[in-house]
Design a protein around this ligand. Structure first.
Ligand SMILES: NC(=O)c1ccc[n+]([C@@H]2O[C@H](COP(=O)([O-])OP(=O)(O)OC[C@H]3O[C@@H](n4cnc5c(N)ncnc54)[C@H](O)[C@@H]3O)[C@@H](O)[C@H]2O)c1
Length: 381
């Protein structure tokens, strides 16, 4: 048993069984649940053998450590604030809130109450995502040139009828951008850093809903990288594809799969060289990395008051990464981030990414090139 005592707000939610599995895996004890629809939450309370409340104030009188909030997005801010003020740590479902101002207020409240506020961006804990981030932080990509995101979450129109709030401005505050696409947008920022400029357009192409089912955007990053975003619940295509191209290499992240490519020399060096002007640069494909998702890791991190993802304060690149540190490995280890204090993980990542110092790798010297050549294990190009 972790000894973690948990209360749940919105316990009748479709997503709650996933939280239940994670909480069970770490031996947390659910000591009370709440929902405005008692009929939906009663089977949950009966299964758990814990009290069911209709009123949040009543629920918050139960001695507990953590509140898990699985209500619809427009009430996340109100519910999280009530739980923080009652002295609980909070795991709130994504999106953190509908309005940026609400999210900012939640962060301030968490800081004031000295409690953890965590958003359920569990996709970050996928091992292939963690491996991509590790490599990027070691300079695998060199200077980022392009970042593209495609994600489709095909839904039948009947999906939007499974809860009255879905697909409405008042009930959801947006469509694919604020709901399904949150995960992909979070991963894009987690890996490429926070963009500095976004120009986009939204459409409702297929579904009979108020909010958007399709989004396209052009994106710029502070150091000049450019890219694109395409999200849709109205198309069938790859579930998720994030491609990052840098001067030293590129990566392609799919669900459960990470493909890696290295340039033999940094693209800027290739561009400046005087050989055949039409000869493409040599590129090596590295062994791909298989991954898996981890709902449990988020809960484990909360139970130990650690951030569920590794959060690093950026340091200027004083040392070039060695080939052995860049070599891909089976990413099964646990993240050991520092205590995240009272900031949300999203805010931590945004802060640390925005401050990232530029890195250039491989270094432009013969010894590094020779070591790189030894390290690379081509399996095609
Ligand atoms: N992290 C993920 O992968 C993931 C997946 C699915 C859903 N979600 C998020 O989880 C949240 C819930 O989604 P869902 O599809 O499970 O919703 P749902 O409609 O199935 O469940 C929401 C529950 O909250 C209850 N509720 C509504 N208003 C309430 C209030 N004011 N007070 C107390 N209870 C209230 C409802 O009665 C219902 O039982 C959403 O924010 C959604 O974005 C996250």
């Amino acid at each position: 048993m972790s000894g973690l005592r948990v209360v749940v707000i919105g316990a009748g939610a479709h997503i709650f069984p996933s939280h239940q599995r994670g909480l069970r895996a770490i031996g947390a004890e659910i000591v009370g649940v709440q929902d405005i629809d008692l009929g939906r939450a009663r089977p949950v309370a009966d299964e758990l053998g814990c009290p069911l409340r209709e009123d949040i104030a009543q629920l918050l009188q139960t001695p507990a450590d953590l509140a898990v909030i699985v209500t619809p997005h427009p009430v996340h801010a109100e519910h999280a604030t009530a739980c923080l003020r009652a002295g609980l740590h909070v795991l709130v479902e994504k999106p953190i809130a509908v309005e940026v101002a609400e999210a900012d207020a939640m962060l301030r409240e968490a800081e004031r109450c000295r409690r953890l506020l965590c958003v359920a961006f569990q996709q970050r804990t996928r091992s292939e995502v963690q491996e991509a981030r590790r490599l990027i932080q070691l300079g695998f990509l060199g200077d980022l040139q392009r970042a593209d995101l495609l994600a489709t979450w095909p839904r039948r129109s009947s999906y939007f009828g499974t809860a009255p709030w879905r697909g409405t401005w008042r009930g959801e505050g947006g469509g694919v951008l604020i709901n399904q696409g949150q995960h992909d947008l979070d991963l894009l920022c987690y890996l490429a850093g926070m963009p500095s400029r976004v120009v986009g357009s939204t459409r409702t192409r297929v579904h009979p809903i108020e909010t958007e089912d399709t989004v396209a955007a052009l994106v710029e990053w502070p150091r000049g990288a450019v890219g694109s975003i395409h999200l849709s619940t109205a198309e069938a295509d790859e579930a998720e594809r994030i491609e990052l191209t840098g001067t030293a290499g590129r990566l392609r992240l799919l669900r459960g799969h990470l493909e890696l490519f290295r340039n033999e020399v940094d693209f800027r060096e290739y561009a400046a060289s005087t050989d055949n002007p039409y000869a493409p640069p040599s590129t090596h494909r590295l062994a791909p990395v298989s991954g898996a998702g981890g709902v449990t890791r988020t809960c484990t991190a909360i139970s130990s008051e650690r951030s569920p993802v590794r959060v690093r304060r950026s340091r200027p690149a004083t040392r070039q990464p060695s080939p052995s540190s860049l070599r891909t490995r089976s990413p099964t280890r646990r993240s050991r981030g520092p205590k995240s204090g009272c900031r949300s993980t999203a805010a931590h990542t945004a802060t640390s990414s925005a401050r990232s110092a530029p890195r250039v790798w491989p270094r432009d010297d013969a010894r590094t090139k020779e070591r790189t050549a030894r390290w690379l294990r081509p399996s095609g190009s």
